[in-house]
Design a protein around this ligand. Structure first.
Ligand SMILES: [Zn+2]
Ligand SMILES: [Zn+2]
Length: 467
C-alpha cells in the first residue's frame, strides 16, 4: 500500500518544514512539496506535525523482577507503546548465571515475535562473565543482533569494578556499547540497614537510601572506568545533577560518554515519596530533588543528555502495596516495594507536550526519542527519522489538542499510572508502523505479532558526537 500524508509539517533533527510524505510498502519513498498522489491512499495531515515513530530504548516487558512479574507482557506493553507513538522498543533481558549471552537472546525472540505489536530489539543485562567462554560470548551476542550490554553496579547480580572494566574493554573491542546502572552499592546497603534499624519503613526512605550522593559517586566512577578502558559508555536513567555535570565534563573532554534520562525524572521530584501513594513512584534510581530535575532539563536542552526512554517496568497497585504488607502477610517496608513505574504510552505525548510548551524544541525531541537511540543502538539503517529509505514509522501529532492522562484511557494492563491527571498539550492522533496504521482515532489498530525483531548492528564511537 502506498500512502501520501498530505499537507503536514515534517519534524526532523535538523528542523521543521511543510511537506508531503509518501510511503511505499514498508518504507518512506519520498518527502517533498506537492507530491503527486497517484494510486496512493491520501491522509490529510493539514494542521498536524509528522514525527518519526519513537524508540523507547529502555523497557522491561514480561519481566520477573525479584520474583514479582511486571503487569505488561510483550503484547500489552507494545499495544500501549503503539498508542503513544512508539514504534520500536528496546527491551532489557537478564543473563542467567553461567548462561552464554546468545542463549539469553534466543529464548526471548520467539516469545516477543509472537506477541509484539511494534518492532523490538534487545539489550542484555550481564550478570556473569567469570569464564573466558562467557566473556567471549559477548562477541557472539553481537553477531546475533545485540550490541548493548548493561552492567548493574548494585544488586546481587551486579558487577564489581573489575568485571565492569573487563566488560567495557570487551564491548569496545567487538563493536558494542556498555550501558550502566550507576549507584553505589555499599552506600545504598549501609543506608537501607540504617533505615530499617531505626524503623523508618515508608517510601520516603527509598529516596533517602539512594539519593543524589549515591548516584553521583557511581556515575563518576563509571565514567572513570570507561575512560581507563578507552571504551564508550551509556549511563542509563541518569537522575542527578552531579552525574549530569560529570557527563558534560567527560563529553567536553572528547570522550564517547552518553546518557539517558526518563520522563519521571523530568516531571516529578522526590516530594512524591511523601504522597499518600508514594510507593507508586518507587523506581531505581529514585526520583531526585528539584535541583537535579532542573539540571537534567538543562543537559537535555544543550545536548549533554542524548536520549529519553521510559524504564517502563509496571507493577499493579496491589504489588506496590507489598511495601505495607508482603505477599506472605508480614509487615512490609520500602525494600519490599517492587521497583519500577509505567511510561511506555505517555513518553512521547509528555515530551511533545514539553515541546509544545516551549521547554524543548520539536527537533530536539525527535533527536532524543528517535534519532539518537537509533544511532546508539545500531538501528539507524531502518529507524529513527523521517527520511526516504527508512521504515515508514510515522506519528501524527495535533499540536492544538489538549487532554489529561487517565489510567482508564491507556492501553496497557496496569491498573493505575503515575501520570494520572498530567495535562497534555497536543495529542498523538495516529501511529503508523512500516506503512500500516497501528493507532488511529483513539483505538489500537495494530495486531499481536505484527512487530518484528530488529537485530542491532555493531556500533562504534570515537567521541561524543552522534551525527
Ligand atoms: Zn537500571
Ligand atoms: Zn531498567
Amino acid at each position: 500500500m502506498d500512502v501520501l500524508f498530505q499537507g503536514g509539517v515534517i519534524v526532523t533533527v535538523e528542523g521543521i518544514y511543510e511537506a508531503d510524505l509518501l510511503t511505499r510498502g514498508e518504507k518512506i519513498a519520498a518527502i517533498g512539496a506537492g507530491l503527486p498522489a497517484g494510486d496512493a491512499r491520501v491522509v490529510d495531515a493539514r494542521g498536524l506535525l509528522l514525527l518519526p515513530g519513537a524508540i523507547d530504548a529502555h523497557t522491561h516487558l514480561e519481566c520477573v523482577c525479584s520474583g514479582i512479574p511486571t503487569s505488561d507482557d510483550y503484547a500489552s506493553g507494545t499495544r500501549a507503546a503503539a498508542c503513544g507513538g512508539t514504534t520500536t522498543v528496546i527491551d532489557y533481558l537478564l543473563q542467567e548465571p553461567g548462561e552464554l549471552l546468545p542463549a539469553t537472546l534466543l529464548k526471548r525472540v520467539p516469545m516477543a515475535s509472537a506477541e509484539a505489536a511494534v518492532d523490538f530489539a534487545f539489550h542484555i543485562g550481564v550478570s556473569d562473565l567469570g569464564t573466558p567462554a562467557l566473556l567471549g560470548s559477548v562477541a557472539d551476542a553481537v553477531a546475533a543482533g545485540v550490541s548493548s550490554f548493561k552492567a548493574y553496579m548494585v544488586y546481587d547480580f551486579g558487577l564489581d569494578d573489575g568485571q565492569l572494566y573487563r566488560l567495557l574493554q570487551e564491548t569496545a573491542r567487538v563493536g558494542a556499547l556498555t550501558t550502566v546502572h550507576a549507584e553505589n552499592r555499599g552506600m545504598l546497603d549501609a543506608r537501607v540497614n540504617a533505615c530499617l534499624a531505626r524503623g523508618d519503613t515508608g517510601p520516603w526512605w527509598h529516596y533517602w537510601s539512594r539519593d543524589e550522593a549515591v548516584a553521583a559517586e557511581a556515575n563518576r566512577r563509571a565514567i572513570a572506568l570507561a575512560k581507563a578502558a578507552q571504551a564508550p559508555l551509556y549511563l542509563v536513567h541518569l537522575t542527578d545533577r552531579d552525574g549530569a555535570a560529570a557527563v558534560t565534563a567527560a563529553r567536553d573532554e572528547g570522550l564517547p560518554v552518553f546518557a539517558e534520562t526518563c520522563p519521571q525524572y523530568l516531571n516529578f521530584t522526590s516530594d512524591v515519596y511523601r504522597e499518600a501513594r508514594g510507593q507508586d513512584y518507587v523506581c531505581s534510581p529514585a526520583i531526585k530533588g528539584a535541583a537535579s530535575q532542573q539540571a537534567l532539563w538543562a543537559a537535555l536542552r544543550r545536548g549533554d543528555i542524548q536520549t529519553v526512554a521510559t524504564d517502563h517496568c509496571p507493577f499493579t497497585a496491589a504489588q506496590k502495596d507489598y511495601g505495607i504488607r508482603r505477599p506472605d502477610g508480614r509487615a512490609g517496608d520500602f525494600t519490599a516495594i517492587p521497583n519500577g513505574c509505567d511510561g511506555i504510552e505517555t513518553m512521547y505525548p509528555f515530551m511533545l507536550t514539553q515541546a509544545n510548551l516551549g521547554r524543548i524544541t520539536f527537533p530536539r525531541v525527535a533527536a532524543v526519542c528517535a534519532a539518537n537511540p537509533a544511532r546508539l543502538f545500531g538501528l539507524d539503517d531502518r529507524k529513527g527519522a523521517l527520511r526516504p529509505g527508512l521504515d515508514a514509522d510515522v506519528v501524527l501529532f495535533d499540536p492544538r489538542a489538549t487532554g489529561v492522562v487517565r489510567a482508564r484511557d491507556l492501553h496497557g494492563n496496569l491498573d493505575h499510572t503515575i501520570w494520572e491527571n498530567t495535562a497534555l498539550s497536543g495529542r498523538v492522533t495516529a501511529t503508523w508502523l512500516r506503512g500500516q496504521p497501528v493507532f488511529q482515532d483513539g483505538a489500537f489498530t495494530g495486531r499481536r505479532g505484527g512487530g518484528r525483531f530488529l537485530p542491532c548492528k555493531p556500533v562504534a564511537f570515537d567521541g561524543p558526537a552522534l551525527a
